[in-house]
Design a protein around this ligand. Structure first.
Ligand code: AR6
Length: 171
C-alpha cells in the first residue's frame, strides 16, 4: 500500500473514491464540500438526501456522478474547540471509517482532503499527524483492497506539513 501526498484540487482526480469533508446534514456547504457538490452535479445532493445525515466521525458512500472519481465518501470532521473535546479521536475516526468503507466496497485508490483544517479550524500540524498516523495504522492492520492512499493538499503549506509527517513516520 502506497501513502502519498499531492498538491491539487481533489475534484479533478481520476480515482476510485474521494473523501468529502462534509457537515452532519450531508447536504453540501462551503470549502471542499461545496467544490465536490458543484463538480458532481445535482444528482449528488439527491443521493446525499437519502443518507439522512451522519454523526461526527462517521462515513457514508455515494456514487461520484459527474466527477472523474467513481465514488464519494462523505465524512464529518470535528469542529475544533480547544483539543479537549475528543477532537483527535473524532478526526481519527473520519480517516479510519473512510478507509474501512473503501475496503468494504473493494476500492483500490482513495484521496483525502485535510479534513477539519478549513472552516472547522483544526490546527494543520496536529491534523496532519493524525491523518498520516491513521493511514499508516490502517496499512499495518492487515490486507486490504486499497493500494493507494492519497492526501490532497490544496496549498503548498499543507503539502509541506503532510510530507514532513510522512517522512517522520517512515519505517
Ligand atoms: N481540493 C482539495 N482540498 C480542498 C479543496 C479542493 N477543491 N477545497 C478546499 N480544500 P474545509 P472543514 C481544503 O473548510 O474544515 C463545509 O462548509 C482546505 O484548504 O473544506 O472540514 C462543510 O459543509 C482545507 O485544508 O472543510 C462543513 O460545514 C481542507 O480542504 C465544513 O465546511 C478542509 O477545509 C467542514 O469544514
Amino acid at each position: 500500500m502506497k501513502i502519498e501526498v499531492v498538491k491539487g484540487d481533489i475534484t479533478e482526480l481520476e480515482i476510485d473514491v474521494i473523501v468529502n469533508a462534509a457537515n452532519k446534514s450531508l447536504m453540501g456547504g462551503g470549502g471542499v464540500d461545496g467544490a465536490i457538490h458543484r463538480a458532481a452535479g445535482p444528482e449528488l445532493k439527491e443521493a446525499c438526501r437519502k443518507l439522512n445525515g451522519a454523526a461526527t466521525g462517521e462515513a457514508k458512500l455515494t456514487k461520484g456522478f459527474d466527477l472523474p472519481a467513481k465514488y464519494v465518501i462523505h465524512t464529518v470532521g470535528p469542529v475544533f474547540k480547544d483539543g479537549r473535546q475528543g477532537e483527535a479521536d473524532k478526526l481519527r475516526a473520519c480517516y479510519w471509517n473512510s478507509l474501512q468503507l473503501a475496503h468494504k466496497y473493494q476500492l483500490e485508490s482513495i484521496a483525502f482532503p485535510a479534513i477539519s483544517t478549513g472552516i472547522y479550524g483544526y490546527p494543520m500540524e496536529e491534523a496532519a499527524r493524525i491523518a498520516v498516523k491513521t493511514a499508516q495504522a490502517f496499512k499495518e492492520n492487515g490486507p486490504s483492497t486499497i493500494k493507494t492512499i492519497l492526501f490532497v493538499a490544496y496549498d503548498h503549506e499543507t503539502e509541506k506539513v503532510i510530507r514532513r509527517h510522512l517522512q517522520l513516520n517512515k519505517n
